[in-house]
Design a protein. Sequence first.
Lengths: 189, 182
Amino acid sequence: MKSWPRLAALLLLLATGCRHAQLPVLPIGGDFGLTDFNDQRFELSSLRGKAVLIFFGYTSCPDVCPTTLSKLSSVYKRLGADSQRVRTLYITVDPGRDTPTVLKEDLSTFQVDAIGLTGTKAEIDKVVKLYGASYEIVPLPDSAAKYTVAHSTTLYGLDAEGRTRILFPYEASIDDIVDGVKEILDSRT
Amino acid sequence: MKIRTVQLFSFAFVVAAFVVAAFVFAGVVAAQEPAVVAHDAWVRVPAPSKMDTALYLVLENHSSQPKAVVSASSDAAAKLELHEMKMVKKDDSMGKSGDSMDKSMGGSDSSMSMDKPASQPMMTMTPVSKIEIPANGKVTLAPNGLHIMMFGLKSRPAAGDKINVTLKLDDGSTVPVVAIVK
């Protein structure tokens, strides 16, 4: 019986130790290049040393994308000083409408250190495939929207080496994302 | 003594008249109360480059008959449409549910996916022909679900502005809505 406290302490130590050491490196993602919202070439490798959050969206999206950006605004506030070590990449899946100027304008209203990225369809498709994301252009002939873009809503958490470490589902709470980002910042490289 | 009795009768009469009037008034009000009422209506501030936005609200049906919103209009925008955001799995074939999804545009080249890990669900926006409000029930239009799209805003609304919208029901009646921009 006397060994229980020791065993509990050992388990706690293991659990605490594992939390950071065993954040998995996921077999998706990788470096890519696109055009940023300043119309400059952007390479993911330029963000080495920072945690990176990536999601795919489009600015005509009336609901999901602003919701994600609002959530990320809260995440940045909650991270405090650590937010300086985190960049967000908003990759459009609607390059026909989302020019660098549009991305710059629409991202400016959110308190997120985000870089809007666009490119040719081929360039964007390459990144979508790299990250196991998906999207689909759906014509809406009877709607003023003309077409909508169905898209996956996962938020990808990358570590300072550009490796994908956590996939946050759309339902992830602000707390979930803050905890996950901290875990990535603390993870061993 | 006689005067006092008369005064008492007069007082009782006045009270009774008020009571009757109150009941009649309440009856009239009840009869005029619309079957469907809207509350907590709000509109998202549109993105800087956009003149479109989404309207959210709660609709309560106080009648014993199911009702449905079939259209919406507003002087503030060119066109209003009933829409729904849904999570669909790629394998669900986006159109099997019978909605207006069509994968024909651009052929298979317009979609990208990867089989591993398991394909992620996609969020999609679909116009719907009506929004049902169950009898003696309510429906909530909120982010990530049903909403009313306002296309072609005539001027850029700012937080705190109010926008008037009229909803048309399947029984031909209308529901006035005042939405706050935020």
